[in-house]
Design a protein around this ligand. Sequence first.
Ligand code: ATP
Length: 588
Amino acid sequence: MSEGSRTTQLLPTATARQTWTALAAEFRRLPGLTAAAGALLVAASASGLVAPWVLGRLVDDVKAGADTGRIVMWAGVIAAAAVVAGVLTAAGAAVAARLGETVLARLRERVLDRALHLPSSTLERAGTGDLVARAGDDVAVVTNAITGIGPLMVGAVLTIVLTAGGLFTLNPWLGLAGLVAAPAYALALRWYLPKSVPFYAQERIATGERSQAMAGALHGAATVRAYGIEEVHVARIADRSAAARDLGLTVFGIFTRFGLRINRAELIGLSSVLIAGFLLVRAGQTTVGAATAAALYFHRLFNPIGLILMEFDAVMQAGASLARLIGVASLPGQPAVAGREPVDHDAALSVTVRRHHYEDGPTVLEDVTLTLAPGERVALVGASGAGKSTLAGIAAGIIPASDGDARLRGVPLQDLGEIRVRKEIALVSQEVHVFAGPLADDLRLARPDADDAEVEKALDRVGATGWLRTLPDGLATHVGEGGHRLTAAQAQQLALARLILADPAVAVLDEATAEAGSAGARDLDRAAAAATDGRTTLIVAHRLVQAADADRIIVLDHGRIVEQGTHDALLAAGGRYAHLWQSWGGPR
Ligand SMILES: Nc1ncnc2c1ncn2[C@@H]1O[C@H](COP(=O)(O)OP(=O)(O)OP(=O)(O)O)[C@@H](O)[C@H]1O
């Protein structure tokens, strides 16, 4: 496809409510583990309440002149509570991490499953970048959150809820006194978030630029030295480092001032609890011990509240990533059964496009009607940007026409269902991916039950036998990422061999042979001819020689069909095609 202002429509992102619903549904599928994690975390937080309460009792007992035995008993209770809290916290964190990992693994599987089954048109619109970012970055962010801060956050929330409950149980007035700090915390967060988020983003960019400047200079060290431009690069690195340092200091400054605001909120809360305690004790409403316990409870809130506030943006970030994952995971799966059956029809494939445009872009195709008889070979030619790839995409069911449709033996492709369409119509595009693994496996993607002889025969038909023999392990040779590197032309041959194995009725070839140099291009032309032999074929011809032996040639210009006919007829007509043929330098 020609480069232009490509518009993409990102994959869906779940709303907050959908995210919670989907997450809750995942936890419900693991009732045992969820209940165990919940119970352990609650018990761990609750056991932390024991020590402050006991200290309060201790104060009252000492005031009342209790004997040493009683004090030792309370000390024993505190020690036991500490041990129990430690054990429960460790067990709770382990079970919660296991629960989180299990939920995440399921979510990851669903995302991958949906991603691989996405209707081609959705993927075409979204671009693979969005999907790769979700399967990569978003999964990483959520994994870190679920296994790292996730259990800590849950623990912190539970501690806050239970401790606040403890505070109110001691004396409702003491609880209310603690609540006085809430607005101060809220104000601290309101001050911090709008400032920190953009600075964190800038800091990440600045450190990235610094690494880039250093890596660039080091990779090109020889060139830098040869041209004597060391100073320029040193100055550039110094510049980037200074920018990163300044931003780092700014971020640290903001963080410190945020810490100050949190301390202020703590001071307000603790003072208010102490003052309320003093007044209540004086009025005989509570004991010194209870007021002490209340102050200790409030103090106990410092860490969890601090943790939640400090990690608030990390939680928001994880939430955003989770929403993007659930957006993909919640896409409808593939229908198990295909739709309507194609019927016997004169046309193997027909396309009617009244108008097509990408999103809000200009019209790319207009009034195009294309009908391929069974077994017919039709070539699309035209200048770059004329709309050939778009028309091929619509014909293959990859791109839905804005106004119009493609039909296989009379049945609209959307009625056939994606599975059936992919079985019947194969698209070979220039972007051929070689999957990492044995060569034979890559070919069997097209037909899993093909035996070695069939795989070899397909490779032979596309002229790959020559290089197949040179491979160290033949069909078992590992190709793709980390394995034996195939050339672009060899990868194209693989794609054509896959086409033979898949054996579809209709083949759409878009730039399938454009990659190679001229000698290789001829080999690939032969391979393409062999692979499409006997099939209804639509070929996007970038070199006119690919079109010359087609049954019919269709000339596109600015999204409209301007000419069609056989090579000879079009040459004789002396029109657009003849002109293209002449300027391309083809024999008359
Ligand atoms: N995904 C897309 N989003 C927006 N515009 C697009 C997209 N794909 C193609 N276009 C635009 O549609 C027009 C037709 O492009 P198309 O790729 O179909 O032409 P082509 O004849 O195949 O060109 P080439 O020979 O360069 O591949 C061009 O203006 C192109 O920029």
